[in-house]
Design a binder for this molecule. Structure first.
Ligand code: OSB
Ligand code: MG
Length: 374
């Protein structure tokens, strides 16, 4: 039973160790919306909204998520008695279009609260079976090919089990080929275009086929399945959809249309854990592999991603790099780490999200706070 009586929102600013550029924009500092959910029975949990500063990944930003949580979503939960976290998605979804990242922040927080209440690690609560998660790195668009090759080689040497290379026109086939030549044929490589191409680029993208990539992620428009299906018919490399998969039904549409063969699940993009699990289960039934994407989460959002990625059909390495790849200092302890084989340990030794939240550090980097009550 979930009975929230208080939700505290905060915006923090975390500076990235180095800027991260994708085809659709650049990030230097992460503005992060954190939620803290309090149940009337004393249980509480932190959660994170993955919406960013600019609407270059999805239409949402932190500045749309904040008022939507305050005015529309939180009032649906505060003071209500909800049987379990699996019911929250439908409550937030009814007659509220979009705003999935805002919904996910609250929905995932409810799973966190339930984990605390039931004395279970979050991964166990949702039925996770894996104790370690294989990790890949996502390399932003670099200033030149040489820098990209050096970073990819360094990542493989550090143990990462997959290297994802962000591409855009002019920095694509030749750059990926240079990485392939440097790291050899056994390394798992992929490319992520974040919507940088159109069907007019089909012949060019088909040149990636000779580079033995695990997949190419979201080459075409963020909301387009039909053209991805057309592209997939000519590419041998599997297309993985990210931006386009916003629900279980979109995952089903992908299969029906043949728009892709792999899905990157980001719980924030699909409205939270219940919908992520529904996509996971559907893909498992269809023989479609999934993996957990990342949105430059702090250690709090990362805890949820890692718990989710412990489900059995997350068979490919996730974008779940350790804290130190992103931040000089994360807001959780212990920080997230990876071993020399590119594995992140799922915390299974304590109830809830599995890491302590460093409230003093958060207080120092908080730029606004709002308390919502039943
Ligand atoms: O397309 O997967 C993406 C980060 C921000 C927005 C979109 C994407 C990404 C990443 C980062 O690739 C993955 C990570 O968190 O390490
Ligand atoms: Mg992506």
């Amino acid at each position: 039973m979930i009975a929230l009586d208080r939700i505290v929102l905060r915006e923090i600013r975390l500076s990235l160790r180095e800027p991260f550029r994708i085809s659709s924009g650049e990030m230097r500092e992460r503005r992060i919306l954190l939620c803290e959910l309090f149940d009337a029975d004393g249980a509480s949990s932190w959660s994170e909204c993955v919406a960013d500063d600019e609407p270059n990944y999805s239409p949402e930003t932190i500045d749309t998520a904040w008022p939507t949580i305050v005015r529309v979503l939180a009032p649906r939960l505060l003071g209500q008695r909800i049987a379990g976290p699996g019911d929250v998605h439908a409550i937030l979804e009814k007659d509220v279009r979009g705003h999935r990242m805002a919904k996910a922040a609250l929905e995932m927080g409810c799973w966190g609260v339930t984990a605390v209440q039931s004395g279970l690690p979050l991964a166990r609560l949702i039925g996770g079976t894996r104790a370690q998660i294989a990790t890949g790195i996502s390399l932003g668009i670099q200033r030149d090919m040489h820098t990209l090759v050096a970073k990819a080689a360094e990542a493989i040497a550090a143990g990462y089990q997959k290297v994802k290379i962000k591409i855009e026109p002019g920095r694509d086939v030749d750059w990926v080929r240079a990485v392939r030549a440097a790291v050899g044929h056994d390394a798992h490589l992929m490319a992520d275009a974040n919507n940088a191409y159109t069907l007019a680029d089909t012949a060019h993208l088909a040149r990636l086929d000779e580079l033995d990539l695990l997949m190419i992620e979201q080459p075409l428009a963020w909301d387009d399945l039909v053209r991805h299906a057309e592209l997939q018919r000519t590419l041998r490399t599997p297309i993985c959809l990210d931006e386009s998969i916003t629900s279980r039904d979109r995952a089903q549409d992908m299969v029906t249309l043949g728009a892709g063969r792999i899905i990157n699940i980001k719980p924030g993009r699909v409205g939270g854990f219940a919908e992520s699990i529904a996509i996971h289960d559907f893909c498992e039934s269809q023989g479609i592999p999934v993996w957990c994407g990342g949105m430059f989460e702090s250690g709090i959002g990362r805890a949820y991603n890692i718990a989710l990625a412990s489900l059995p059909n997350f068979t490919l390495p996730g974008d779940l790099s350790p804290s130190a790849r992103y931040w000089a200092k994360d807001i959780v302890s212990p920080e997230w780490t990876m071993d020399a084989h590119g594995l992140v340990r799922v915390p299974l030794d304590q109830p809830g999200i599995g890491v302590q939240v460093d409230r003093e550090h958060i207080d120092r980097i908080t730029v606004r706070t709002q308390e919502l009550r039943a």
